[in-house]
Design a binder for this molecule. Structure first.
Ligand SMILES: [Zn+2]
Length: 101
C-alpha cells in the first residue's frame, strides 16, 4: 500500500475497486480522514486526475493540522483547496529540477 507523508503523519493511500465504489456512491473523486490517516483516491480515473485528487486530499490533511481547520467553514476550505490543488499538482517539475542538480 502506498503512503504519503503529511507533517508527522503517514497517510495510507487507498485506491482500489472497493474504494472506487465507496467514492462513486458519494459522488467523490477522493476523500481523506485525518484521524484514521487515510486518503482515498479513485483508481479508475486518468492519472492526471488521480494526481490532482491526491494533492487536493493532502491539502485537506495539511489544513486539518493547522489553525485554519477551526477558522474555515467546510465551503471556505473546499474553495481554498480547489484553488491551490491544480497549481501545486504542477509543482512536480521540482522533482525533475532536483534530479538535474
Ligand atoms: Zn475537497
Amino acid at each position: 500500500m502506498r503512503h504519503v507523508r503529511v507533517g508527522p503523519f503517514d497517510f495510507a493511500i487507498l485506491s482500489d475497486p472497493e474504494t472506487d465504489r465507496e467514492l462513486l456512491a458519494d459522488g467523490d473523486a477522493g476523500a481523506s480522514d485525518a484521524l484514521r490517516l487515510t486518503i482515498k483516491v479513485r483508481s479508475d480515473l486518468p492519472a492526471p486526475v488521480r494526481h490532482e485528487t491526491l494533492v487536493h486530499e493532502v491539502l485537506h490533511c495539511i489544513l486539518s493540522v493547522t489553525p485554519y481547520t477551526a477558522e474555515l467553514s467546510d465551503v471556505e476550505e473546499e474553495r481554498l483547496v480547489r484553488t491551490l490543488a491544480p497549481f501545486l499538482t504542477e509543482l512536480d517539475f521540482l522533482a525533475h529540477y532536483r534530479d538535474d542538480e
